[in-house]
Design a protein around this ligand. Structure first.
Ligand SMILES: [Zn+2]
Length: 274
């Protein structure tokens, strides 16, 4: 499933290709993905200039100007979605659900499992409910140790599932939560309100670094990501604990443990993380 780093790499790949370009129209081949697709998407997008390509959490946002109404095209890759450029005459596969038509090529959204989204949001409408509930961006300046410490004083839940709560902070998926906690030396089982400010001073940079490393790992494959076959897999991140149950901890040599938390697998080292 594409996580924040994959979506950010996708955004960075798309930005120079579509910013300033005009969308000529759209082809919609299915009535719905996770939510219904607008039957008039093509008319809404025709003549729109892409003013900016932004990201909020795992949503890609294409700010559009100059068409019938200003607004934003919201794209979510869901579990299995991807975007890639194809030639206008490229054959259409059965999972190719939406095409955005540009002058000489097509930006094609494919999604075998159809959990993705392609939504139009008019500029003068209230914030979309899907976006309005999102917490802080972990790579933004507002996401600090002081903020996280203050936000968790009344939260007795274990820290690991809290880090994955998008109402608090967005985009820290299962892999990155486990890896960040290992880097910070904090047990995933530790109650969030029992973690000191000093330890959050280690955790927040660990989260930023883990995500940045993944983005950097993906950066080298940007061209593959949006230009060729568009395989939207996870990046090869060098994981210290994730998916290494029973393997030796790289710091102490002890065994990496695997447990279940909130229905997800958590990996950690009980000697290095407290
Ligand atoms: Zn260890």
């Amino acid at each position: 499933m594409p996580e924040l780093p994959e979506v950010e790499v996708c955004r960075r790949g798309l930005q120079p290709e579509v910013e300033g370009q005009t969308i000529l129209g759209a082809t919609v081949r299915v009535p719905r993905l996770r939510l219904p697709l607008s039957a008039t998407l093509g008319e809404t997008l025709a003549g729109q200039r892409v003013a900016a390509v932004r990201r909020r959490g795992k949503y890609l946002l294409l700010d559009c100007r100059g068409g019938v109404e200003d607004g934003c095209l919201i794209i979510h890759l869901g579990m299995s979605g991807n975007l890639r450029f194809v030639a206008p005459e490229a054959p259409v596969g059965k999972h190719d659900h939406v095409d955005l038509l540009f002058a000489r090529r097509v930006l094609r959204f494919s999604d075998p499992r159809r959990f993705g989204l392609v939504l139009w949001q008019a500029a003068d409408a209230p914030a979309h409910p899907l976006l309005a509930v999102l917490g802080l961006e972990p790579l933004d300046d507002e996401f600090t140790a002081e903020w996280l410490w203050a936000a968790t004083r009344r939260r007795a839940a274990p820290i690991k599932p809290l880090l994955m709560d998008s109402h608090l902070v967005v985009g820290i998926g299962n892999i990155y939560a486990s890896e960040s906690l290992f880097r910070a030396g904090i047990s995933p089982l530790r109650a969030a309100n029992r973690i000191s400010g000093e330890r959050y001073e280690r955790l927040v940079p660990a989260i930023r670094q883990t995500l940045s490393d993944a983005i950097a790992a993906g950066g080298s494959s940007i061209r593959d990501y949006v230009h060729s076959d568009g395989g939207a897999g996870c990046f090869q991140v060098d994981c210290a604990v994730y998916d290494r149950a029973g393997a030796p901890c790289r710091r102490c040599g002890g065994s990496v443990r695997q447990i279940r938390q909130a229905g997800r697998s958590t990996y950690y080292c009980a000697s290095c993380q407290h």
